[in-house]
Design a protein around this ligand. Structure first.
Ligand SMILES: Cc1cc2nc3c(=O)[nH]c(=O)nc-3n(C[C@H](O)[C@H](O)[C@H](O)COP(=O)(O)O)c2cc1C
Length: 304
């Protein structure tokens, strides 16, 4: 059997397949669909200090090979996560990446400290695609200097591995990757959703109540592969590739351009057991190709 183990900071994964935040609930919703110990890890829905109800409906619509969502970071809040979800999650033996966000620097720090102290949370993933209420609503992840400072503050406040999840809604992602590395982040995950819009021509209304939403699914994959490639060439810390993964082939694309692991998002809605299937297919493929260790594939892109 090929060795599929990968390491992200001090986080060890049995294979490089992770289910993405916001598409896998708190893991518990999927226990009858797959064995959580057979995937690398799962990322929780984005958590904040206080519970959030999210945006008004409609907040999801289908698009060609994808979807637009404007859920508005609805979540149960960190207290309920700790008291009601985490004890159950611990019983599954899953590796847990707690995705989190805040609306102020202090909220980010406090959320990170709380999650860091929780037994059963193995790593933190910081979503920086959240409006900063103290800075006129611009996203935390849209200014490299600010991102570096936030990364550094959070890094110093916690002990567990810190993954920073980048937004693709920037002209050049490389300064942001550098900012995370300079701030001491252990890894980068990329990409979050691409800002999009869709209109119902019969009613002439936006299909999403809040007008804009985040585009995800196979439609975004080539953009994601390009951005992950750019990140992997820019920094030495591990990069986790996300965006439109629906098959073994898609996953291999990300690994070949330099991703150490991948996350599968939207396709969980189509096939709830997809992460386990892809992990098993990767193992079979490695054996067929006589690849002893997954690291032989990572970053093996040929450009000459
Ligand atoms: C319904 C939905 C909710 C999401 N919620 C979050 C979230 O809470 N935090 C986060 O960092 N990313 C969130 N994402 C982004 C995904 O984790 C992922 O980065 C993105 O969808 C691209 O991957 P995909 O094309 O495989 O879906 C969400 C995506 C979807 C579709």
């Amino acid at each position: 059997m090929a060795n599929l183990k990968v390491v992200i900071g001090t986080l060890e994964l049995v294979n490089p397949v992770i289910s993405a935040s916001g598409t896998f609930g708190y893991g518990l919703e999927f226990v009858d669909k797959l064995d959580l110990r057979r995937i690398g890890a799962f990322a929780t829905k984005g958590l904040s200090l206080n519970k959030r109800d999210g945006n008004p409906m409609p907040r999801i619509c289908e698009t060609p090979s994808g979807m637009i969502n404007s859920i508005g970071l609805e979540n149960v809040g960190i207290d309920v996560f700790e008291m009601e979800k985490l004890p159950e999650i611990r019983k599954t033996g899953a590796k847990v990446i707690a995705n989190f966000f805040g609306e102020t620097e202090d909220e980010y720090l406090e959320a990170a400290r709380r999650l860091d102290a929780m037994e059963g949370v193995h790593a933190l993933e910081m979503n920086v695609s959240c409006p900063n209420v103290e800075k006129g609503g611009i996203e935390f992840g849209s200014d490299p200097a600010f991102l570096e400072k936030l990364t550094s503050l959070v890094r110093k406040a916690i002990r567990k591995p810190l993954i920073v999840k980048l937004s693709p809604n920037v002209a050049d992602i490389r300064p942001f990757a550098r900012a995370v590395e300079n701030g001491g982040g252990d890894a980068i995950s990329a990409i979050n959703t691409l800002k999009g819009m869709s209109v119902d021509t019969a009613t002439r209304r936006p299909r999403i109540k809040r007008v804009f939403g985040g585009l995800s699914g196979p439609a975004i994959r080539p953009v994601a592969v390009r951005m992950v490639y750019e990140c992997a060439r820019t920094v030495k810390i591990p990069v986790i590739g996300i965006g439109g993964i629906a098959s073994l082939e898609d996953m291999l694309e990300f690994l070949i351009v330099g991703a150490v692991a991948v996350q599968v998002g939207t396709m969980n809605f189509v096939e709830p057991g997809i992460c386990q299937r892809l992990a098993e297919e990767l193992s079979v493929w490695c054996e067929k190709e006589r690849i002893a260790d997954i690291r032989e594939i990572i970053g093996s892109l040929k450009t000459d």
